[in-house]
Design a protein around this ligand. Sequence first.
Ligand code: ATP
Ligand code: MG
Length: 452
Amino acid sequence: MATLLIADDEKNIRSGLQLAFEGEGYDVLTAADGSEAWEKVQRNIIDLVITDLRMPGMDGNELIRRIVSSYPTMPVIVLTGHGTIETAVETMREGAVDFFTKPVDIDKLSLVVRKTISASQLAEQNRKLAEEVEKLRRQQGYGRIIGKSGKVAQLMQIVSQVASTKASVLITGESGTGKELVAEAIQQLSPRKDGPYVKVHCASLSPTLLEDELFGHEKGAFTGAVSQKKGRFELADGGTLFLDEIGEIDQATQVKLLRVLQEKQFERVGGEKTLTVDVRVICATNRDLYKEMQEGRFREDLYYRLNVVHIEVPPLRERKEDIDLLCASFLSTFNSEDGRKVEGFTPQARKALFAYSWPGNVRELRNTIEAAVVLCKGRMIDIDDLPPQIRETGGGSTVTFTLPVTMEDAEMRLILETISYAKGNKTKAADLLGIGRKTLHRKLAERNAEEQ
Ligand SMILES: Nc1ncnc2c1ncn2[C@@H]1O[C@H](COP(=O)(O)OP(=O)(O)OP(=O)(O)O)[C@@H](O)[C@H]1O
Ligand SMILES: [Mg+2]
């Protein structure tokens, strides 16, 4: 439970407030003047201070100044017998979070205390997350990959194991899971990290252009080939070549690729001279390459050449423990990019971000936070700053059953809970349940008939 410090020179006020707040479950410390209060602030872990202004010795204003400068996250509420607009404005400017005059309405004061403490706990939580992100960023090696789930730890373990070898790596996973970051991390941790790192996005090029891009051409090889051009394999010599969307390449290029991988040799388009290169190849795809191979669209020999080490990047919905940290990291990125000072997320927003299934994975999360930072009007990103599909999942409640339960009873519970979730709107409830409106009504009618 939270600890309050009450500073007032009137004994009756001290004991009255102490009694009231202890009754609400707080731990309460008291002080009869500013110096005593300041000592207690330094010696105890205090969540909130309520202070009088006029006290003998050190007054309330001086106490506020000291707290604000040494403990900037400790909220102070002022309670004074001499309340004027000027003193109120003055103390708020000094850093007090609220201002009450005596005689105080205990219920109001207590409400403000409760809200202030939960807001400052939230700020503290957000600050801790930001710290964790910073720590992760400072850790060498894994580049920009953020995550603390077991799955990411496992992923990084494999990454550091394969990085030191020359083995070809195939990275698979849904779109937006971070395959490109994994490829980068392998390169950065490898002995080739100072060599060239060359990327080719295979899906965006036609077969002829892709071949030209990978292997280069000689002057005059085709109309428009006005000079010799080095291909990406040559450019990546001594380093790493990242072939993104490898599932998209055509059969002819597959053959050529296989040859470079096997013999490390190739010719430029239109060229006779055989070139030899030393290149480590990393590939990525969001297709099921094994299936592509079985169905004859991807060469089997090439598949096994590329797939010496296979790294599967798990979808975000299977590692939801990473969401908090990713959110904090993207928040800090976009705060600095957009010159904003958004401090964190409200509990509802966090809940919604956690509940959502993220079909677009980390990329979707990143875009969501970017938009929310722009839309956010307050200090915290709230549920309203999130897109509708995410907001919808946020309010969701959990339905639990005590077993044994019949299908019929379970179904009825689900129907009733969904109707209440849809705030009584049966059309929406039917929609959410994925059944027709008529079916919903029939089921409800059957139930009613049984009950009568
Ligand atoms: N673990 C992570 N930590 C930080 N940022 C991440 C992480 N995973 C992905 N991202 C970010 O999400 C976005 C998508 O990642 P990336 O481009 O690597 O995905 P991908 O798997 O290659 O997707 P696609 O299959 O669509 O090409 C990028 O902006 C990337 O920086
Ligand atoms: Mg990619």
